[in-house]
Design a protein around this ligand. Structure first.
Ligand code: GRF
Length: 199
């Protein structure tokens, strides 16, 4: 299956997907299609994200679609959809992409866009899930992988894993522990989806 990954930050989830792709390729010969695994065919960011380096190192095409380079949000939505669709993805993975996906991309790939979120949705949606959970005083939080719909983190939940909040946790320490769980779960969901798409 052809995967396009969208990022905005360090790309630790992208790095995990690349690592799993490499180990799958070593584990069994044959093309990604035959072994039902996946191939990341492009990485698109909305800014000069540090995570783009992971793709560049792997020789994967990257592109940046900046909001400020476009007349307005609708034009940016169109440009992002064109950039992603040009890569003919079977699955689009938002891995730390910090913008909402507009109608052009959603309608181009219905049911084929997934997102990872560092909280147990429907709790703590939005851009500060870790900070909000910590501030609320929860003892357990976690990570969720969802199907992207027009809402903010409101799509169908595909997978979740719990992460304990420890005394003295800061947003950073808690987020690092969540990210460790998040990337494992994302790789599993992408592999499962790739297999079902290959059938
Ligand atoms: C991830 O926890 C993602 O769920 C959240 O921001 C973080 C991005 O991490 N939106 P990275 O860019 O994949 O390292």
């Amino acid at each position: 299956a052809r995967i396009v990954v969208l990022i905005s930050g360090t790309g630790s989830n992208l790095a995990a997907l690349l690592e799993a792709q490499r180990s799958d390729a070593e584990a069994s010969a044959g093309s990604a299609q035959e072994r039902g695994s996946y191939e990341i065919v492009g990485v698109v960011a909305d800014r000069d994200a540090a995570g783009l380096a992971h793709a560049a190192e792997a020789g994967i095409p990257t592109s940046v679609v900046r909001l400020k380079d476009h007349a307005d949000r609708a034009a940016w939505d169109d440009a992002l959809a064109r950039e992603v669709s040009a890569l003919a993805p079977d699955l689009v993975v938002l891995a730390g992409f910090m913008k909402l996906i507009g109608a052009p991309l959603l309608t181009a790939h219905p049911g084929r866009i997934i997102n990872t979120h560092p909280a147990l949705l429907p709790s703590f949606p939005g851009a500060h899930g870790v900070r909000d959970a910590l501030a609320h005083g929860v003892k357990v939080t976690g990570a969720s992988v969802i199907e992207v719909d027009p809402g903010v983190d409101t799509g169908r939940i595909l997978a979740q894993r719990a992460v304990d909040v420890l005394d003295g946790d800061t947003e950073e320490s808690l987020h690092e522990r969540i990210k460790a769980v998040e990337r494992e779960m994302l790789v599993e969901v992408v592999r499962e989806r790739a297999c079902s798409l290959a059938r």
